[in-house]
Write a protein that binds this ligand. Structure first.
Ligand code: FCB
Length: 453
């Protein structure tokens, strides 16, 4: 009962990412990203939707910042579009593109909101993908240069940085499977992309520190993985899946070594793990739902969870997690899974830095605003409230959690699912792009106002 109260100094925020909100896909010299290319290919996204206009944040950023600031949010997590800043990924800066982020940062600071940008949230410049993408080690070095460029231009005002978003998801969905850009479908052949993203992270940490960053972190998706049953084949499949999605990405960063099961599949060179394991100021955790895995049974249809064909040779298959309720996206609502993954990280890594929940939220297919401008979304409020209480449980268990960012500030382009999935605290009309604050936005404002400070 009442509003959950977090420890003094706890940071509340809202999160977005460039491709999901900006639009302006070719404005002012921006180059194409892998998401521009992927969405232009038939059959990749529900209803053929794409982010060419998205929610037009590129032109409406001042209004959007007001929605964040008026709620009293302390932090705003957004991402830079790499090909907006560097159209082909390397080389000469596209000044008008970088100017956009300059204006955005100034607007946030003028409204008293701290910018906490992510340098990369999945929209690789297409030119780099053409040269091998994350399968190429060169991309990691290009990323470090790009990070240095951003810090050089914005580092006087941006003090807090997140390197990459959910490397595991891009590697699994985009390189191992075909659900996300670049849609390669390589199975285990995707693993080099994991190492190169991790190397990119480590090289960027160095570059950001050299540029005087105050704090540096990463945003990783994590979830508890449970086997669908006691069958040893299911147990082994779940363990392998947890290794590939959670520990292959967290272990090198947080304990400087890869899990045994993947070590020989990765193109690691001398010195890489020292770079990747450079200490962080915070570790960002994105959490939505737990994962349930079974050993694939021939003939069973697994498209329900990932919405793509699982290659027949993959030794695991996701099945719907057990839950008493689900979001309208079909995701299981299991707040205790957040407590579990936080305590698991705490137990596994003695050197775990303080945690920030860099994403958590839910898609419900909210009804359009009523004539008096209300969007009643009590299920979203209940989801967020329950997950904040799960954070409190983790804090009581000894985990240091310093902040919580709602995914998302505004309804936006939900990747392969398109615009039908709405995660925003602010409703966006798909035709007029008009913004309307949902009841959950008003709840979030009261929540922040009620904190001990
Ligand atoms: C995460 C992504 C984010 C958003 C949420 C719903 O995996 O990082 O961009 O799409 O899921």
């Amino acid at each position: 009962t009442g509003l959950p109260l977090l420890p003094p100094g706890f940071r509340f925020g809202m999160a977005t990412s460039a491709y999901q909100i900006e639009g302006a896909f070719d404005a002012d010299g921006k180059g194409p990203s892998i998401w521009d290319t992927f969405t232009a290919r038939p059959g990749t996204v529900r209803h053929g939707e794409h982010g060419r206009v998205a929610i037009d944040h590129y032109h409406r950023y001042a209004e959007d910042v007001a929605h964040v600031a008026d709620a009293g949010a302390h932090d705003y997590r957004f991402s830079f579009s790499w090909p907006r800043v560097l159209p082909t990924g390397t080389g000469t800066v596209n000044e008008p593109g970088l100017d956009f982020y300059d204006r955005l940062v100034d607007e946030l600071l003028a409204r008293g909101v701290r910018p906490v940008p992510t340098i990369y949230h999945w929209d690789l410049p297409q030119a780099l993908e053409d040269a091998g993408g994350w399968l190429s080690r060169d991309t990691a070095y290009a990323f470090a240069d790009y990070a240095a460029t951003l810090a050089g231009r914005l580092g006087d005002r941006v003090r807090d940085w997140i390197t990459l978003n959910e490397m595991s998801v891009q590697v699994l969905y985009g390189y191992a499977l075909t659900a996300h850009a670049p849609g390669r479908g390589l199975g285990f052949g995707a693993l080099p992309a994991a190492h190169h993203q991790l190397l990119a992270h480590g090289l960027a940490v160095r570059a950001l520190r050299a540029a005087g960053a105050a704090t540096v972190g990463v945003a990783a998706q994590h979830f508890p993985v449970t086997p669908a049953g006691d069958d040893p084949a299911d147990v082994a499949a779940a363990e392998l899946f947890a290794t590939l999605t959670n520990w292959t990405f967290a272990d090198p960063i947080l304990r400087g070594a890869y899990p045994d099961a993947v070590r020989d599949l990765l193109p690691v060179r001398d010195g890489d793990l020292e770079i990747i394991s450079a200490p962080l100021d915070f570790y960002g955790v994105n959490y939505y739902e737990p994962t349930r895995i079974e050993a694939p049974r021939p003939g069973r249809d697994y498209r329900g969870v990932l919405e793509v064909e699982i290659p027949p040779d993959l030794p695991f298959a996701p099945v719907p997690p057990e839950a008493t309720s689900r979001t309208d996206f079909g995701w299981a609502i299991v707040p205790a899974g957040l407590t579990t993954i936080l305590t698991t990280l705490h137990d596994r890594y003695p050197a775990l830095p303080p945690i920030v929940i860099t994403e958590n939220g839910a898609s419900f297919h909210d009804a359009p605003p009523s004539p008096d401008g209300r969007v009643a979304d009590e299920r979203r409020t209940a989801y967020l409230d329950a997950h904040l209480r799960a954070v409190l449980d983790a804090i009581s268990a000894g985990v240091e959690v310093r902040g919580y960012y709602v995914w998302s500030a505004l309804d936006n382009f939900e990747w392969a699912a398109g615009y039908a999935e709405r995660f925003g605290l602010v409703h966006v009309d798909r035709v007029t792009l008009r913004r309307t604050r949902k009841d959950s936005w008003h709840w979030f404002r009261s929540l922040i106002a009620a904190q001990p400070g």
